[in-house]
Design a protein around this ligand. Structure first.
Ligand code: HDE
Length: 749
């Protein structure tokens, strides 16, 4: 029997007795198409909008006066008897639950997943075999270190957690946007998080790793070197959640119907490519719009521009387990795509925003241990610890053992077992038996044969002594950090060097900076030397002793870091330079305008960019409308006060003699352009707006005439023909950024 959700008044009234259809796509969302699947149907029984309804207490009594408390006379005192006031205030007093200890700040969305081809050769998981099935999903993206109210643009790892509501139960893929992790053993996770969180005496800094305790820990943990290179790269400051890769990080197992297992690494590949912002820009966005990523995800879905990822797998046959120069169980290592290609096996589409942040995004509870038949664990010691942590944390965060009944968490298939009771139990279990074996209910609920979808754990052979130790195969810490660094473009390398200079520059204890340089020197001198220069320090002459985290009775030699060369010297998949750059879909373009703008050029360029899916906003010195030199008044979307260049991907200045004169003299407009240039964005202007460009710093930096030839290398174009300009500008925007001009042409902004 299907579980009975609590029904809203509307649903309860429905003639069929079935839950009412989801309200979200019909009455609340403007452009999202009608969308139903097993999960929306399931959630529908718990949704309500209150629109046009009578106001009641939580116990259904109509409320006559929601403005005044009950008093002895109109000047008080308030009476304890006022059950309506007491209920309202009490509920309010208890509205908050503890935020997640990590990944507290996040944004979620609903979607669907579909596999391209049956994967029966490697897994029996039904949702990876039936190409006709659209599996509902809920995804939550997050930062790691900051509190719920912190900025989206912190330099940080991003969580990428996907809950698949499959017909065989829920499968959670709780990944990150980086393929490796800081530590190799779950034992060190509380230490890592204590080190990165704000310092305990003064709770400073918020959502930032640039402080002593974090780098103290990292500099003592050579196993974190590979991950720290990723964290200092632009991957840690994504342009959008929609433009991030995702990784399961650990090696998992696939198991097919014959019981044969393969190792598998999971990937998400965004169809819009992998893109980032500049660090200076990230810091400014944190002030101008701390909800930048959350808003971006929400707006894209609302406008029908549904974010998409392909699901990728790297499959390693069990017999190849020891064929690599690293241990597959070591979560600080990735499998270079050159060694095992990523097969793209399906597509994830996010197509519906949550109805309620708290009920869905905050209450969703992911767990690495939520697997379905055909997917199993490996012995990665980090993963093994996670298998404990996730349910444990929900018990305190969501207040008890029944969080699986919260609508966003419950599966779309019925739940039957002998577990009972506990805080906030929703299910009304009928009958006398809550144990098995039993004869009174014919032994129900009945165990499920493997052939009918019962989960059976992979029968891995284990024959070992109990031992607390680190495998020797985990001691090589630098080869993949070097592989990562050497696979980056020059601009990406420069950003990593700057990030280390920034972060270590914020560290007050010089010995920590020095120790970190000792680690970087093991990775690559081309990295360590400029970082040392920026810190005003010199590199240590001899490699420093790197075996700090050693058990009390162990021989340090057994823990000494090893530094070898990776079998692969460059892996193009690790760089973002070669990512997809053929689309301007959802890119935000600022049009700088004023009274007297040329409506012809403005409209031609606007229509052309919008036709390709870009989002254009008209920015002017003030809100309201601007009067063009030709045609009807144009509505202004933002003033220079509410807009900022860091919130856009590209800038265009349409023609118009009078508007150009106004903008040329407007410091905010000129600053807007200078800042966009500093952050390496595409900039275009009509010929008759050349004076606005001439007022910028970068006009003096670029010697060329901003022609077709240089537009795609320098990212600045000025043209007289609006249609031609739009075509070139679009190609420039698709390139995302012109990082090459960053260092040689830096301008004040
Ligand atoms: Fe998590 N992690 N984690 N983690 N993690 C949590 O669970 C933990 C790790 C990840 O949007 C917590 O429900 C341990 C790796 C994501 O709700 C907690 C260890 C990866 C999210 C927890 C790790 C992740 C979490 C906090 C080391 C990438 C957010 C709240 C042994 C593969 C999920 C919660 C969401 C959340 C524990 C390491 C990803 C405390 C002990 C590696 C995306 O249970």
């Amino acid at each position: 029997m299907k579980k009975q959700p609590i029904k809203s008044a509307k649903a309860a009234e429905s003639a069929s007795g079935k839950p009412a259809p989801p309200k979200k796509s019909t009455d609340l969302k403007k452009s999202a198409p009608e969308l139903t699947n097993d999960k929306t149907d399931d959630l529908a029984g718990n949704t309500e909008s209150g629109a046009g309804e009578r106001m009641t207490t939580n116990h259904g009594v109509g409320i006559n006066d929601d403005q005044n408390s009950l008093k002895a006379g109109d000047r008080g005192a308030t009476l304890l008897e006022d059950f309506i006031l007491r209920e309202k205030i009490t509920h309010f007093d208890h509205e908050r639950i503890p935020e997640r200890i990590v990944h507290a700040r996040g944004a979620g969305a609903h979607g669907v997943f579909k596999v391209y081809e049956p994967m029966s050769a490697v897994t029996r998981a039904q949702f990876l075999n039936d190409t006709s099935v659209e599996t509902p999903v809920f995804v939550r993206f997050s930062t790691v270190a900051g509190s719920r109210g912190s900025s989206d643009l912190a330099r940080d790892v991003r969580g990428f957690a996907v809950k698949f509501y499959t017909q065989e139960g829920n499968f959670d893929l709780v990944g990150n946007n980086m393929p490796v992790f800081f530590i190799q053993d779950a034992m060190k996770f509380p230490d890592l998080i204590h080190a990165v969180k704000p310092e305990p005496d003064n709770e400073i800094p918020q959502a930032a790793s640039a402080h002593d305790t974090f780098w103290d820990f990292i500099s003592l943990m050579p196993e974190s070197t590979h991950m720290i290179l990723w964290a200092m790269s632009d991957r840690a400051i994504p342009r959008s959640y929609r433009m991030m890769e995702g990784f399961g990080v650990h090696t998992f197992r696939f198991v097919n119907a014959e019981g044969k297992a393969s190792f598998v690494k999971f990937h998400w590949k965004p169809l819009l490519g992998v893109h980032s912002v500049a660090w200076d820009e990230a810091q400014k966005i944190s002030g101008k719009d701390p909800d930048f990523h959350r808003r971006d995800l929400w707006d894209a879905i609302e406008s029908g521009a549904f974010p998409e990822w392909e699901f990728g797998v790297q499959i390693v046959p069990e017999e190849d387990e020891f064929k690599f120069d690293f241990d597959l169980l070591d979560p600080t290592k990735l499998i270079p795509e050159e060694l095992v290609p990523v097969q793209r096996i399906g597509k994830l589409t996010l197509n519906r925003n949550p109805d309620n942040f708290f009920a869905e995004t905050e209450q969703v509870a992911f767990h690495v241990g939520h697997v379905v038949p055909g997917i199993d664990f490996s012995n990665d010691p980090l993963m093994q610890g996670r298998l404990f942590s996730y349910t444990d944390t929900q018990l305190i965060r969501l207040g008890g053992p029944n969080f699986h009944e919260i609508p966003i968490n419950r599966p779309v298939v019925p739940v039957h077992n002998n577990q009972r009771d506990g805080f906030m139990r929703q299910t009304i279990n009928r009958g006398k038996t809550s144990y098995g074996p039993n004869s009174l209910s014919d032994n129900a609920p009945l165990q499920v044969k493997a052939a009918d979808g019962g989960f059976t754990s992979y029968a891995e052979r284990v024959d070992a002594r109990k031992i607390r130790a680190r495998s020797k195969s985990f001691l090589e810490h630098f080869s993949q950090a070097r592989l990562f660094f050497q696979s980056q473009s020059d601009a990406e390398k420069a950003h990593i060097i700057d990030a280390f200079r920034f972060e270590l520059g914020k560290v007050k204890t010089v010995a920590i900076r020095e120790r970190m340089l000792g680690i970087l020197a093991q990775v690559d001198k081309d990295l360590a030397t400029p970082v040392a220069l920026g810190l005003g320090l010199s590199l240590p002459e001899t490699p420093v002793q790197l075996n700090h985290s050693v058990p009390a009775d162990a021989d340090p030699a057994d823990y000494a870091s090893v530094n070898e060369e990776s079998a692969v010297s460059v892996s193009t998949a690790l760089s973002m330079a070669g990512t997809i750059k053929d689309s301007i879909k959802t890119r935000k373009i600022a049009f700088l305008t004023a009274d007297g703008v040329n409506a012809g050029s403005l409209t031609t360029v606007k229509n052309a960019l919008e036709a390709e899916g870009a989002v254009v906003e008209i920015i002017a010195p003030r809100l309201g409308v601007i009067e063009p030199e030709d045609g009807a008044a144009i509505t202004v979307d933002q003033s220079f006060l509410t807009a900022a260049s860091v919130l856009y991907d590209a800038v265009y200045v349409p023609g118009g003699i009078n508007s150009s004169a106004t903008l040329e003299a407007d410091a905010d407009a000129v600053h807007f352009l200078n800042e966009a240039f500093r952050h390496c964005k595409a900039i275009a202007a009509d010929e008759s707006a050349i004076q606005v460009i001439d007022a910028t710093y970068f006009a003096k930096k670029i010697p060329s005439e901003f022609t077709n030839e240089t537009a795609l290398t320098e990212g600045v174009y000025i043209g007289g023909d609006a249609a031609e300009l739009a075509a070139i500008f679009s190609k420039m925007i698709a390139l995302h950024r012109f990082w090459e001009r960053e260092k040689p042409m830096k301008v004040p902004a």
